[in-house]
Design a protein around this ligand. Structure first.
Ligand code: NAD
Ligand code: UFG
Length: 335
């Protein structure tokens, strides 16, 4: 199949590009590089031994999207492009709605006029808001606690309406839990701008000596050791989940939401220990007060993905930490 990856130069998109290309699909990336670096294309070439087509542009440019869909005879789209920083979304809600919601409307317009109706959308466990029960299944009520989460919810709702309007649409919303780790080559990985907000990229930068110490946000949660528990999923497992989702949408009409997680949670202290094991380096940390807006625990049930997509996460937290460390070391050698 010819598959368009909006935001395909980013963290999850680049890993998915590897998996899809290796499975024999023809990948076309469209990205405006607002949160990624053009050098990822060279690094993808090192892994794949071939050039991927990349169109530089914004998903809000409907004419550009329409041209890309038609010129490359696209069969399905995976829509990764969007802004994703929770804290930033609270101070810049207009930019978040413009990029995420308006970007999706633009994509849907281009797909509609081009009669291309197979779509996989990057959603998030954030649409479950504060968990009412664990593990979280797809029937858990949805809500949002910030503009980023609300943009994902608005898009999911909009996609439901679109699927209801015409049975030709085949739409799957993948609700990712906490993607971490990197491709086993270490050539691509998560590359946040400035000081990382998320745990694993932060630990990785402490492990290579780029940052001095980790702040652990609270050890008084009702969890096994008092620190926050999350469902960390290896980004290569997540990428393989997209391949499975593409196979599913090919012959299932309508709208569906599916969790992509492992079904198991790990605490902050467990992640620190795993990273120390993988890197052989001590991760110094301080316990500080809770981060505003954080929840104690969040993990999925992965049953729907297993039943409908015949997919499940295979890689361990050791794999997540060792690949993340390998990437962080390689990253330090880049400009
Ligand atoms: P990322 O920032 O690394 O990748 C997103 C890519 O989209 C970047 O390359 C960026 O340049 C591009 N982009 C953004 N706005 C664009 C626009 N208007 N036009 C064209 N390109 C644009 O993020 P990621 O971690 O790879 O996340 C991919 C998707 O998955 C996002 O939609 C994100 O909200 C969602 N998601 C991510 C996580 C996570 O923890 N990483 C969790 C749940 C959901
Ligand atoms: N944490 C620390 N120190 C840090 C960073 C994080 O102790 O420097 C802790 C947090 O308190 C939390 C855990 O590590 O207990 C995980 O935090 P992350 O920031 O890595 O991940 P979150 O679960 O808070 O949020 C992420 C994304 C959201 C997304 C959510 C579910 O940032 O956008 O996963 O997919 F909605």
């Amino acid at each position: 199949m010819n598959i368009l990856l909006t935001g395909g130069a980013g963290y999850i998109g680049s890993h998915t590009a590897v998996v899809l290309t290796e499975a024999g699909h023809n990948v076309i990336i469209l990205d405006n590089f607002c949160n990624s670096d053009r050098s990822v294309l060279e690094r993808l070439k090192q892994i794949l031994q071939k050039d991927l087509i990349c169109i530089e542009g914004d998903v809000r440019n409907t004419d550009l999207l329409t041209q890309a869909l038609q010129e490359h005879k696209i069969d399905a789209v995976i829509h990764f492009a969007g802004l994703k920083a929770v804290g930033e979304s609270v101070t810049m809600p207009v930019e978040y709605y413009a990029n995420n919601v308006q970007g999706t409307i633009s994509l849907l317009e281009a797909m509609k006029v081009s009669n291309i109706k197979n779509l996989v959308f990057s959603s998030s466990a954030t649409v479950y808001g504060d968990p009412q029960y664990l593990p979280i299944d797809e029937n858990h009520p949805t809500s949002a606690t910030n503009a980023y989460g609300r943009s994902k919810l608005h898009i999911e709702e909009m996609l439901k309406d679109v699927a209801n309007s015409d049975p030709a649409w085949k739409i799957i919303c993948l609700r990712y839990f906490n993607p971490v780790g990197a491709h086993e080559s270490g050539f691509i990985g998560e590359d946040p701008n400035g000081i990382p907000n998320n745990l694993v990229p932060y630990i990785a930068q402490v492990a290579v000596g780029k940052l001095p110490k980790l702040n652990v946000y609270g050890n008084d949660y009702p969890t096994l050791d008092g620190t926050g528990v999350r469902d960390y999923i290896h980004v290569m497992d997540l990428a393989e989940g997209h391949l499975a989702a593409l196979n599913y949408v090919a012959d299932h009409s309508g709208w569906i939401a599916i969790n992509l997680g492992t079904g198991k949670g790990y605490s902050v202290l467990e992640m620190i220990e795993a990273f120390e094991g993988a890197s052989g380096n001590k991760i110094p940390f301080n316990i500080v007060t809770r981060r505003v807006g954080d929840i104690a625990s969040c993990y999925s049930t992965a049953e729907k993905a297993s039943q409908l997509l015949s997919w499940q996460a295979k890689r361990s937290i050791q794999d997540m930490c060792s690949s993340g460390y390998k990437w962080q070391n390689y990253r330090s050698t880049l400009a």
